[in-house]
Design a protein around this ligand. Sequence first.
Ligand SMILES: [Zn+2]
Length: 245
Amino acid sequence: MNVDPAVQRKLLDLAAIDAEQARIVHRRNTLPEAQEIERLEAERQSRKDAAVAVEIVLDDLDRDIRKLEREVESVRNREDRDRKLLNGGTVTPKQMTELEHELQTLTRRQSILEDELLEVMELREASAADHDHAGSQLSKTEDELIDARRHHGDAVADLDTADKRCAADRAGLVGEFPADLLAVYERQRASRGAGAALLQARRCGACRMELDRNLIARFAASPAELVLRCEECGAILVRTKESGL
Ligand SMILES: [Zn+2]
């Protein structure tokens, strides 16, 4: 195939645009902003789990507190009843001794219950602080997630802009190539990634293979219009002053 060398050189511009578009695709698939969103979503889930776990502890402690308060209340009621009986003056000396004994037991019981209640309330206070902490950590992560989503949106918009620019540049360029040359280029690009490359310092710019002396001699003797292909990867090799021929 023979093509004007100036047109052949334009294949390098086309290859540069295609390489840029491939980089854009790769970047879109590996955006660190997307990984950050994934990381933060996992973090948010674990923070939610932590908050729920603390809520369960709080509920248990509240139930313990209510139970202890009911017990304290019932002990107090019994003490009141016993005191009223004692002060009523209608009990026998034997009943009086029994009531006094029971009152002593009730007082000890009440003191134990109140100590327990105090302990559980302290635990509740600590758990409430844990709950507040879990809540603020969760809302911090949610704020970070909002930021991360915005950064991701910005990054995607930048890629969209770059991609559109490439597409426009490409559309403006493809019309300059003869159809058969473009067809070879596109087939090569589809199979190996690079349709054309610069022959530079005796190497194929696509696969980096160094061309042997015989081939270099043959290329050097070829007319400038002849379209050359890399024997290794098949890329169209574009000759310039840098080619080392
Ligand atoms: Zn090659």
